[in-house]
Design a protein around this ligand. Structure first.
Ligand SMILES: *[C@@H]1O[C@H](CO)[C@@H](O)[C@H](O)[C@H]1NC(C)=O
Ligand SMILES: *[C@@H]1O[C@H](CO)[C@@H](O)[C@H](O)[C@H]1NC(C)=O
Ligand SMILES: *[C@@H]1O[C@H](CO)[C@@H](O)[C@H](O)[C@H]1NC(C)=O
Length: 332
């Protein structure tokens, strides 16, 4: 090779390094994550020799808006790891992460690393459909930027961290399909005004729904399939904007006849509890109600006639103490 062509090659490789948008520290952190996950073939596009910001790295995006080109978005799904690995603490070395999703990887085990609290710009954290276990870390309450937390369908256990309610920007939590136990903390009644969505179904929650929930204005609440008992009337109220209340398969016992109904209610699933009293007459005024099931409770009296109430079939009302009237047999 001539001296000239060597020089030409040098200039070429130098300019390609210069034109690389990927921050060197971010690239190093990503390559460490890849290594800590056993270099899975699903991450074979993560290469030392290519630019992590040019959209060829699977699941990696850089901040093009501010032109800092720091890695702000990491989506690790269907990783297909050769053997079980834990979530690499090296993830904490991506300080500009805004969005982190780790999903559909059953070979991912171990606990949520506490190093995650170093991600002080994180807004969306999703860890779903993995075998990640242990508690939801209390340290998450240090990440003040968090907007949504989704930890659905893992093997998480322990109690709900009480401190999450101090997160000023939190809009929703989705923790369904884990083994979370104990009572819902009283502090969960003091989430910020932005907080509108709570899903903790399919867990092992016990005790009562805190009375402090009277302060919440949830658009969506799903506490189905737990072992909750006592009163749930705090979730209801004419002044709330509630759209869905899903409480199926618990041991809740309260007088349904006394609850106030949000006019926006479109789904009410109270099946398989110990709820008593009558069905509130106000149900007939709910224009958007399209999903309704109060079967397997201790309700009594005539089913309110009108509105959407007779559109629901017998199975929505069956197996109560003494409900009667259409679509059930007439009251005697
Ligand atoms: C991204 O980097 C690779 C490897 O350096 C290169 O082949 C490709 O052309 C680049 N793509 C863009 C859109 O710059
Ligand atoms: C992870 O969970 C699945 C069920 O989602 C289970 O079948 C599998 O054996 C678990 N894998 C490991 C490595 O623990
Ligand atoms: C209502 O719940 C019962 C009990 O789980 C179920 O068998 C029935 O199919 C449900 N009906 C509707 C319409 O969802």
């Amino acid at each position: 090779m001539s001296k000239l062509s060597i020089l030409f090659l040098l200039v070429l490789s130098f300019s390609s390094v210069l034109s690389e948008l990927c921050n060197p520290q971010d690239k190093q952190a990503l390559l460490q994550i890849k290594k800590d996950l056993g270099n899975p073939t699903t991450l074979s596009s993560w290469l030392l020799t290519t630019d992590c910001c040019n959209r060829t790295w699977l699941g990696v995006s850089c901040d093009t808006d501010t032109q800092t080109y720091r890695v702000n978005d990491l989506d690790l799904s269907d990783l297909n790891l050769p053997k079980p690995y834990s979530i690499p603490p090296s993830i904490a070395n991506l300080p500009y992460l805004n969005f982190l999703s780790i999903s559909r990887t059953p070979t991912l085990i171990g606990q949520i690393p506490s190093a995650i609290a170093k991600l002080t710009q994180l807004r969306y954290l999703y860890i779903t459909h993995t075998n990640v276990s242990g508690p939801i870390p209390d340290l998450l309450s240090q990440i003040k930027t968090l907007v949504t937390l989704d930890f659905s369908y893992n093997t998480l256990s322990g109690k709900l961290p009480a401190s999450l309610s101090s997160l000023p920007n939190l809009v929703g939590i989705t923790f369904d399909g884990n083994q979370i136990s104990g009572a819902i903390p009283d502090s969960y009644g003091s989430f910020s005004k932005l907080f509108t969505s709570m899903t903790i179904s399919r867990n092992r929650l016990t005790g009562k729904i805190p009375a402090t929930f009277a302060n919440l204005n949830l658009a969506f609440v799903d506490l189905s399939r737990n072992m909750l008992e006592g009163d749930a009337s705090v979730l209801f109220g004419t002044e709330k904007n509630t759209q869905k209340i899903l409480l199926a398969k618990n041991m809740l016992a309260f007088d349904l006849g006394k609850v106030g109904l949000s006019k926006n209610l479109n789904g009410l699933d109270l099946r398989n509890n110990r709820i008593y009293g009558t069905l509130p007459q106000g149900l007939t005024a709910l224009k958007f109600l399209h999903s309704f099931n109060v079967s397997f409770n201790d309700l009594c009296g005539e089913i309110p006639q009108g509105g959407n109430m007779q559109r629901f079939d017998v199975s929505s009302y069956a197996n109560n103490k003494c409900l009667c009237g259409s679509p059930l047999p007439p009251c005697t």
